[in-house]
Design a protein around this ligand. Sequence first.
Ligand code: MSP
Length: 520
Amino acid sequence: MSKQTRYVTTPIYYVNDRPHIGHVYTTTLCDVYARAMRDIGHDVFFLTGTDEHGVKVEQSALDKGLEPQALADLNSEEFRSIMGMFDLTNDAFIRTTDPEHTKQVQAFVSTLLERGDVYLGTFEGWYDKGQEEYHTETGARDLDYKSPISGKPLVRATENNYYFKLSAYQERLEQLFDSNPEFVQPPSRRNEVLGRLREGLQDVPISRTNFTWGIPMPGDEEHVIYVWIDALFNYITALGMGDESSKWNKERNKYWPASYHVIGKEILWFHSVIWPAVLIALEFPLPKCIYAHSFWISEGRKMSKSLGNFIDLETIESYVEQYGMDAWRYYLTTQGPLGATDADFAAEKFKDIYNAHLVNTVGNSTSRVTAMIGKYYDGAVPFESIDEVRIEIGDVDWPVRCEEAVSQWEEAMESFSIAKAIECGMGIIRDVDLFINDTAPFKLAKEETKQAELGAILYQCLEALRIATVLLSPVLPSKMKAFHEAIGADSCSANLLELAKWGHIQSGSTVQKVALFPRV
Ligand code: MSP
């Protein structure tokens, strides 16, 4: 049977900005998903990259006395380097200045021109210069004619432009939202988009003439293709879908449609309305889900450089140095704004979560159980109980408890509920702690007649911990690997669902005491 494919993407990041927690966050969420999907045996393609055209990049380059391409090269490299720094396992890194990308974008736009979905016309509207975005009359009025991002006044602008016939897709988009309620997640974001969609769609300009740093419009070199259209296409150019003879097409075409386009809430409209309309026009299948997360704020306030609460790369590195990479990933993915509300990044909270979840739960439980096996069994895994003993020693049916957690984990991961999936592993660990408190193996160790029970309890604790830590490995890859090595467990040769079955740990095999998360 051929493997199922999973395709997950991050937004492609603007090269006129430096990487910060927002970029690292989205990419880490996708990384956890990609690892989990690979581990359960799917054929995964995880894409990220950089968005390099547009007036802002042209302007910053000019200010720095650089060619736009040189600035793009420098900053794209910095984004690429964060992938290595944070153990992010992207399969490709696309740049919108890649010739393979630009060529395909022109091919797609040519098709849209031929089909009449793109036409030349005159446009007048309210323009946000910083965002390179037009607002409708109603939209601009709601914004008090000011940019929602910079606060600067919107300007009335007229342009001769190529337009995309978005208005022709109103009905099909409404149908899409109705028949596929999970197309936009979380549900509150879907409702926002649907509300705006129902106000009616206008055609959108997709070319610019006031600067040159962009992909030339096919057949009309005076225009460059609008940076947003150029950028959205990355999701399919990276798969070679606009060039059938390309290497990318041969190797990657199979990944479309995407499972998840993961984005921040500020770019939802482009992804959930304009992008599907373009795909419908090109007769491509639609992505399964656009997942829009909310924002990180910092110490209770909007992140800003002037307030000094901006979580830039240097700040992130200081956390990683102090707490470790896995702890950083854990905080981001369990405390982050994946839902409809913003999340606070706060130093105190980071420390509390680290101590409560990683030191006192994962760290403590794994060290307690391995220490007891060391002390009472000289480090050799004891025998698991026969069934009667299993019943006698408490009312947890561990194999069933673990099996349920594994299936909930899989369902949560598949639906991109990352924190919920992580909780499936953490829940087992907390239950192991309760089980130890209830059954008190340290007391049984002193009673000669209780040795079978003692062995059974410790076997079950270790095996449950092994399964819990298998489930946690996409988020805590290096610590969980260290734990599996210490207990002599296979952590990679089979698929995760196989490894997460009860009974892999062999009685008699050697276990070393571990201390996974040092207290900070
Ligand atoms: N280039 C466009 C995206 C084009 S995709 C076809 C863009 N780039 S960006 O560099 O501004 O990155 C935006 C993304 O960074 C957001 O969608 C989000 O993923 C992330 N974040 C930026 N700031 C953020 C926070 N404060 N919190 C969480 N993530 C946010 O937009």
